[in-house]
Design a protein around this ligand. Structure first.
Ligand SMILES: C[S@@+](CC[C@H](N)C(=O)[O-])C[C@H]1O[C@@H](n2cnc3c(N)ncnc32)[C@H](O)[C@@H]1O
Length: 239
């Protein structure tokens, strides 16, 4: 009983409350610019953009020159502060940053967006939250608008990545040691009442499809260019 109570006390909001970086593989300007370029390619235009879970603005800042209006949303004040610093440094005037979460954000918005995006955020939403997010986002999309979830964790590929499958010096015995380490990590997380993995939840493309279809979206999948175990989901309204 006590364990159950403690577990339910964990919240991602608290976890992110003092974070200042989005956890990209490299935090160099060069890498972030390349990542943003990949994302801009898949965003494929539009004039208005909502970047949900914008974090410290590491990607958002690269989106801004390509849009008339950008709104960044996050439930971490420390992250938003970092994003704000970047916006001010660049003297961008077409950006608003909003402190809100996946449920409260919709009341703060009075415009429609051509693109609603979220990078490395789906992993922190439960399937119910994700469904609510898509339903609400649908109401805030312009006619040909799209929702684009970048860098969703694919459960199969994430496991392979964790046991070293994609590493250059991968050896078969490392499957065994990788699996053992994974078990130990799960047990330790359970005992400490923490989530097993601070990377959050993985979602199979099948589950994303099932959830998106309930709000009349069809989904196109693209492999992530910089993360072996992640993929992007591009949601368009079924006409
Ligand atoms: C891994 S970081 C990615 C940040 C940014 N998208 C990037 O790629 O640099 C995830 C961000 O999503 C935010 N986030 C997670 N769940 C959220 C929620 N339910 N509502 C608002 N923000 C959320 C976190 O605060 C964090 O800043």
């Amino acid at each position: 009983m006590e364990t159950a109570l403690k577990k339910s006390e964990f919240s991602w909001e608290e976890y992110f409350s003092d974070k200042k970086k989005g956890g990209h593989r490299f935090s160099t300007e060069e890498f972030l610019a390349k990542e943003a370029k990949e994302k801009l390619f898949h965003l494929s235009g539009g004039k208005t953009l909502l970047d949900f879970g914008c974090g410290a603005g590491e990607l958002l800042i690269h989106y801004v020159p390509n849009y008339e209006k950008v709104i960044g949303v996050d439930f971490s004040r420390s992250m938003l502060l970092e994003a704000e610093k970047k916006v001010m440094q660049h003297e961008y005037r077409n950006v608003d940053l909003i402190f809100a979460d996946d449920r409260t954000v919709w009341d703060e918005l009075n415009v429609k967006f051509d693109r609603i995006t979220a990078t490395a955020v789906v992993q922190y939403l439960t399937p119910e939250q994700l469904e609510g997010f898509i339903r609400n986002a649908s109401e805030h999309l312009s006619k040909e608008g799209k929702i684009i979830f970048f860098d969703i964790i694919d459960p199969k590929f994430y496991y392979l990545w964790k046991i070293g499958w994609f590493s250059q010096n991968f050896m078969s015995w490392s499957i065994f040691t990788g699996a053992c380490l994974d078990c130990l990590k799960r047990m330790s997380a359970f005992l400490k009442n923490k989530p097993y993995d601070i990377i959050g939840n993985s979602y199979s493309p099948h589950l994303i499809e099932k959830i998106a279809r309930r709000s009349d979206f069809h989904v196109e999948y693209v492999k992530s260019m910089y993360y072996e175990y992640r993929y992007h989901a591009i949601l368009s309204k079924i006409s």
